[in-house]
Write a protein that binds this ligand. Structure first.
Ligand code: B12
Length: 214
């Protein structure tokens, strides 16, 4: 039963059908399927579309179609995460955003959702976030963790820029930094001086706990 629902949710993304993806996400919630399972099958689907784009079988409208179907289901999953995670004590404060030049939002939003599920207070500062805007958010929200996402090789280097700016502003030691996104590797994260990297959203939530010493 739950595998049928998850299969249909995945198919709705592959069919670029936002109405169906929202409907199957709602059915998944009603069936008590955990949000991380829903996000897992949706990720498989969008990655498959990305692979098709990569090898020239699919085109930009396909990426947009898959992303739109993902975006229709995501708020329903976020609502369920909030319902499940109505914890009173915050596990810590996180500022999260996708770096300047990069408008990919899906993975960043998934990480934000699962961090909330882990009890973190999350300030999602959005996409295409400049180093100045990250610095301003760190000053304003005083997060325990700054999380940055980058999906393209060209934009991954923006993360280094933000870390250097934090150092220059004397803020680097006040915040742990975790980085991620399709364009990254552990070696790259180490080279730019991040405190942690993980290739998955559930792993990001565990990493955040570790960075908080839990
Ligand atoms: C959907 C998509 C789009 C959509 C984005 C819609 C949206 N609202 O996000 C649209 C159509 C707009 C788009 C545009 C473009 N895209 Co695009 N896109 C994709 C695609 C297919 C999927 C991305 C995605 O959502 N993946 C699913 C999520 C869940 O995965 P993820 O983001 O990696 O996140 C996971 C982990 O990385 C991790 N994670 C993410 N963030 C963080 C943060 C932290 C702190 C941690 C710890 C972990 C973590 O957790 C997530 C869940 O497991 C990828 C291909 C791919 N295989 O990824 C290409 C891809 C990223 N795009 C690419 C390109 C080139 C572009 C365009 C330049 C295309 C163009 N010619 O215009 C533009 C760029 C626009 C811009 N300036 O940003 C390339 C990048 C190549 C590169 N290496 O540089 C890719 C890889 C496609 C390809 N194979 O060529 N794209």
């Amino acid at each position: 039963m739950s595998s049928d629902i998850l299969g249909n949710l995945k198919q709705a993304i592959l069919d670029y059908d936002p109405d169906a993806s929202a409907e199957w996400a709602r059915k998944a919630v009603d069936a008590g399927i955990h949000p991380s399972e829903m996000l897992g099958v949706m990720t498989d689907a969008i990655r498959r579309i990305g692979d098709g784009f990569n090898c020239g079988d699919l085109f930009l409208p396909d990426l947009v179609g898959g992303a739109d179907a993902m975006s229709a289901a995501t708020p329903i999953i976020e609502e369920e995460v909030r319902r499940l995670g109505a914890k009173t004590e915050s596990a810590g404060v996180v500022v999260i955003g996708t770096v300047f030049g990069d408008i990919h939002t899906i993975g960043k939003t998934m990480v934000a959702t699962l961090l909330q599920a882990e009890g973190f207070t999350v300030h999602d500062v959005g996409i295409n976030v400049t180093a100045d805007e990250f610095i301003e958010s760190v000053r304003m929200h005083k997060p325990d963790i700054l999380a940055m996402s980058a999906l393209m090789t060209m934009t991954a280097t923006e993360q280094r820029k933000v870390i250097e700016r934090l150092k220059a502003e004397g803020l680097r030691d006040s915040v742990k930094i975790m980085v991620g996104g399709g364009a990254l590797t552990q070696d790259f994260a180490d080279a730019i001086g991040a405190d942690g990297y993980d290739p998955t959203a559930p792993g990001a939530a565990k990493l955040a706990r570790r960075l908080m010493g839990r």
